[in-house]
Design a protein around this ligand. Structure first.
Ligand SMILES: *Cc1c(COP(=O)(O)O)cnc(C)c1O
Length: 445
């Protein structure tokens, strides 16, 4: 099929995620045919820098030779077998490797398929843990305002983004909502309800979907201590922050925190295949052990859990992260990103706060009415200039693969600056700038 035929068939049959399909019909979004390193190519042969790592998951670029080879080699053995009652070498080795790089104390790995299921699994594990431990009254959760843990109903119940979550309220369980970055607020909730709480769930250091909200230093550490004081489990959702995105392998490690449960997904397979894992401490794991008749089994498991092709991609990703010393080399690139943002983006009149931590970057376009879709229009302008980005409302997100070359990073940030300037200075946009309308959290690297 040529591009026109593909586009017509797409419009006729494909329902895209997080997309108003009426608007989609009038836009000629690129149809991506192949990728190479940090670049994506559409069916018309146009090249684009993958400025958001194909929705935050690509780590080492597209068509990474070692990951390609690992998936092919696994394909020559078996594409899928079940983890229900059986095991396979790639999952076993991957579990061992994950425990080796995770914060010390996490020793058990439960596989699933995506970030939402990793969060569901953590919530259910925390709940069931207390059912088995003689504290069944601990059946509530605390989450952060503006938090995002996925789109399934359990993960939405601990979600704090009104636009995505409010509609579904009647279907959800209640959760206490703490002010992000405010340890005193967390202390207040735990003082009041501590003996009823099973777990606090949070994205460590950076709340991605909230628009890259960066917590003040020490907040994660403080929440860990509060959880310990109140006998509450801490679930860290590293789905977005994991695998180097904030500058260390996991964000938790920057504050020396070991959560009781840790969710990983997105970058786990280098962005190749769907796979997730929920890591648990020995203490949580042990509470599920018993005679079959005690019904302490964790009755949860997805058909494609621990898929061998995905595990092979994950193992190769960890191999390359290690052999190429990718994490060790990040600091220089993060500095370059900061310099480029200061040069090309910060001086623009339409830009409010720029929040970035490691490779996670949120550029706030200040004071545009929601309906004007300033962020979306910047995306379209960037596309014309050769970069794929996707905003969160009026926050322009940049989150390139860790492997992006310096010159590609320069081009990406330059295109972003040019696109913001083009969209926000053109007559079509009424810049109804609000004075001092800055979000509560401070910009921090
Ligand atoms: C993306 C994301 C999820 C959901 O992951 P999916 O694979 O899209 O289900 C969960 N938590 C965080 C922090 C995320 O960024």
């Amino acid at each position: 099929m040529d591009t026109q035929a593909l586009r017509a068939a797409d419009r006729a049959h494909v329902w895209h995620p997080f997309t108003q399909m009426r608007g989609w019909q009038s836009e000629d979004a690129p149809i991506i045919e192949r990728g190479e390193g940090s670049l994506l190519f559409d069916t018309d042969g146009n090249a684009y820098i993958d400025g958001v790592s194909s929705l935050w998951c690509n780590v080492l670029g597209h068509r990474q030779p070692k990951i390609d080879a690992a998936v092919r080699a696994q394909l020559d053995k078996v594409a899928h077998t079940t983890m229900l009652g059986l095991s396979h070498p790639s999952a076993i080795e991957l579990a061992q490797r994950l425990v080796g790089i995770a914060p010390r104390g996490l020793s058990r790995v439960f596989f699933s398929d995506n970030g939402s299921t990793a969060a569901e699994v953590a919530l259910k594990m925390a709940f069931q843990h207390f059912q088995h431990s003689g504290r069944p009254q601990r059946d509530q959760f605390v989450c952060l305002r503006m938090s995002y843990h996925g789109d399934t109903l359990g993960s939405v119940s601990v979600g704090g983004i009104d636009l995505f979550h409010t509609l579904f309220r009647p279907l959800l369980f209640d959760a206490h909502m703490a002010e992000p970055g405010d340890a005193a607020d967390m202390a207040r909730i735990l003082d009041e309800h501590g003996d009823r709480i099973a777990a606090v769930i949070m994205e460590p250091l950076v709340q991605g979907a909230a628009g890259m909200l960066v917590h003040p230093p020490g907040y994660l550490r403080a929440v860990r201590e509060l959880c310990d004081r109140h006998g509450v489990l801490l679930i860290c959702d590293e789905v977005a922050t994991g695998f180097g995105r904030t500058g260390t392998m996991f964000a938790c490690q920057q504050e020396g925190v070991t959560p009781d449960l840790m969710c990983v997904a997105k970058g786990l397979t280098g962005g190749y295949l769907p796979l997730a894992a929920t890591l648990a401490t020995e203490e949580v794991y042990r509470s599920f052990l018993g005679e079959f008749s005690e019904f302490k089994t964790f009755f949860h498991g997805h058909t494609y859990t621990g898929n061998p092709l995905a595990c092979a991609a994950a193992l190769a990703t960890l191999d390359v992260l290690e052999s190429d010393r990718v994490i060790e080399g990040l600091a220089a690139k993060i500095d370059l990103l900061g310099t480029l943002l200061a040069e090309h983006v910060a001086p623009l009149p339409a830009v409010g706060e720029i929040r970035h931590r490691g490779f996670m970057t949120g550029i706030e376009l200040a004071g545009f009415p929601y309906e004007e879709r300033a962020g979306h229009r910047v995306t379209l302008a960037a596309r014309e200039r050769g970069a794929i980005i996707r905003p969160l409302g009026d926050v322009v997100v940049l989150m390139p693969p860790l492997s992006i070359a310096d010159d590609e990073l320069r081009r990406l940030v330059a295109i972003t600056g040019e696109s913001i300037a083009a969209v926000t200075s053109s007559g079509g946009m009424t810049a109804d700038r609000r004075a001092g309308g800055r979000p509560a959290l401070a910009a921090r690297r």
